[in-house]
Design a protein around this ligand. Structure first.
Ligand SMILES: Nc1ncnc2c1ncn2[C@@H]1O[C@H](COP(=O)(O)OP(=O)(O)OP(=O)(O)O)[C@@H](O)[C@H]1O
Ligand code: SF4
Ligand SMILES: [Mg+2]
Length: 369
C-alpha cells in the first residue's frame, strides 16, 4: 500500500473519458460514442458516493472504467495513490483484489453452472494465496456474513430467490477483503420488500469492514438513505455534486443549482399526497452520446434557459428545434460548454450550469427552473 495522507481520497478520478466505437450509416463509418466525457470524482475511505442520472447517462461506464474492466479514452484514475490507468495488467490484477463490483442483475451475473461455493471461491483462487481448507473456511464465513447458511454451499443459483442471489453476489465481492466496491444498481432488480434488507446489509458491511462504495442508482430514494455525497450525471458528465443533504435536503431543494437535478428530483413519484413537491415527468429523453447537443447538453430540455430567454433581449437568445418544436433559448447555453465549478458558499458543492454560474453573485436558488 502506498502511504497516503488521511484527507486524500481512496479513489480519485479526473477528466475521465470513455468512448466506444460504433458503426453507422450505409458506409459503416466508425463513430465515437462519448459515454463518459470528462468526469471528476473523489471517493473518501468509508464513504458512499451515489451516482445518479437517467438511463444512458454513463453511470455504469464510469464504474466499469474505474475498475479497468473497459479501457479509458483519457483521464486519470488514482486508487490509494496509485495511477490505475498506467499500471501493467499483472499489477492491475493484484489491485483488483481491493476493488470489486456488485451487479444489478443477480441472475445474469452468477454462472448458473457453478455452485454457490464455486462462485465465492473463484475470486479467492485468483487473488488470494490460501490453502483449499482456508478457502473453504472463508467461503463459509462470507456466506454467514451475508445472511446465508453454510449448508447452501453446494446449491446452484436457480435454487435461490432474487434477494438471496444478490447476497451470493455480495459474498463473492467481499471474499477478497476489498476496500472499494462499485455497486451498480444492486437493488433495482429486486422486490421493494427485499430492497431494504439488501441495503441494510450493505450498510452494515460498510460499517464493519470500512468499505467505500460508488453506488450507482436510478432511484433517488435509494441514494437518499445510503450516500454521503451525490453526483448527478447527464450525458457523460457530472452536472452537480454535493453532500446528500444539499441534493436531497428537506428544505424544498432550495440549495440545488442545476436545473437537471431539479427535474430529476421532481420526476421521482411521491408517495405522500400532502407533500409540497409536485411529481413531474422529465420532458424528452437523454440524447444520443454519438451526437450530443452543443454547449450545455441539457439545453434542448432545460426549462431555465427557456424561461430566461423570454426575459432577456433577442440578441442574447436564439431559436433551436427540439423534438419537432421551435423554442427560444439563451445563446450562452448553446455556445458555452459549462464546467463543474464550486458554488460561492460551499466549495464541496459544484455544478455545471452557465446561467447559474453567471447568477452566482446573487446566489439565487434554482427553484424557478
Ligand atoms: N459497449 C458499448 N458500445 C457502444 N455503446 C455503449 C456500450 N456500452 C454503453 N454504451 C452507450 O454508452 C452510453 C452510456 O451507457 P451506460 O450503460 O454507462 O449508461 P447508464 O447510465 O449506466 O444507463 P442505465 O441506467 O440504463 O444502466 C449509452 O448511450 C449506451 O448506449
Ligand atoms: S447551462 Fe443553460 S441549458 Fe444548461 S442547465 Fe444551465 S440554464 Fe439549462
Ligand atoms: Mg447502468
Amino acid at each position: 500500500m502506498i502511504d497516503q495522507p488521511e484527507n486524500n481520497p481512496l479513489l480519485r478520478v479526473r477528466s475521465l473519458k470513455t468512448y466506444f466505437s460504433t458503426r453507422r450509416g450505409w458506409l459503416g463509418r466508425s463513430v465515437p460514442v462519448k459515454a463518459v466525457d470528462g468526469v471528476d470524482l473523489d471517493v473518501t475511505r468509508g464513504q458512499t458516493v451515489g451516482l445518479v442520472g437517467e438511463s444512458g447517462s454513463g453511470k455504469t461506464t464510469v464504474g466499469r472504467t474505474v475498475l479497468r474492466l473497459i479501457p479509458a479514452e483519457a483521464g486519470e484514475v488514482t486508487f490509494d495513490g496509485e495511477d490505475l490507468l498506467g499500471v501493467s495488467g499483472s499489477r492491475m490484477r493484484q489491485i483488483r483484489r481491493r476493488m470489486q463490483m456488485i451487479f444489478q442483475d443477480p441472475v445474469s451475473s452468477l454462472d448458473p453452472r457453478m455452485t454457490v461455493g464455486g462462485i465465492v471461491d473463484e475470486p479467492l483462487k485468483v487473488h488470494m494465496s490460501l490453502s483449499r481448507q482456508q478457502r473453504r473456511n472463508r467461503i463459509g464465513e462470507m456466506l454467514e456474513r451475508v445472511g446465508l447458511a453454510d449448508r447452501y454451499i453446494n446449491r446452484y443459483p436457480h435454487e435461490f430467490s432474487g434477494g438471496q442471489r444478490q447476497r451470493i453476489g455480495i459474498a463473492r465481492a467481499l471474499a477478497t477483503e476489498p476496500d472499494f466496491i462499485v455497486c451498480d444498481e444492486p437493488v433495482s432488480a429486486l422486490d421493494v420488500s427485499i430492497q431494504a434488507q439488501i441495503l441494510n446489509l450493505l450498510a452494515d458491511l460498510q460499517k464493519d469492514m470500512g468499505l467505500s462504495y460508488l453506488f450507482i442508482a436510478h432511484n433517488l430514494a435509494v441514494v437518499e438513505h445510503f450516500a454521503d455525497i451525490v453526483a448527478v450525471m447527464y450525458l457523460g458528465r457530472i452536472v452537480e455534486i454535493a453532500s446528500k443533504h444539499v441534493i436531497l435536503g428537506g428544505d424544498g431543494y432550495k440549495q440545488l443549482k442545476h436545473p437537471y437535478t431539479h427535474a430529476l428530483i421532481r420526476s421521482v413519484p411521491i408517495a405522500d399526497p400532502t407533500a409540497e413537491r409536485q411529481h413531474e415527468q422529465l420532458p424528452g429523453e437523454v440524447p444520443s452520446p454519438i451526437n450530443p447537443p452543443r454547449g450545455c447538453a441539457f439545453h434542448p430540455r432545460c426549462p431555465l434557459t427557456r424561461a430566461r430567454a423570454a426575459e432577456v433581449g433577442n440578441g442574447e437568445t436564439m431559436e433551436i428545434t427540439t423534438r419537432g418544436e421551435t423554442v427560444r433559448v439563451c445563446r450562452a447555453c448553446v455556445e458555452i460548454t459549462p464546467q463543474l465549478k464550486p458554488t460561492g458558499t460551499d466549495p464541496a458543492h459544484k455544478h455545471a450550469c452557465t446561467l447559474r454560474q453567471q447568477d452566482s453573485k446573487s446566489d439565487a436558488p434554482a427553484q424557478e427552473a
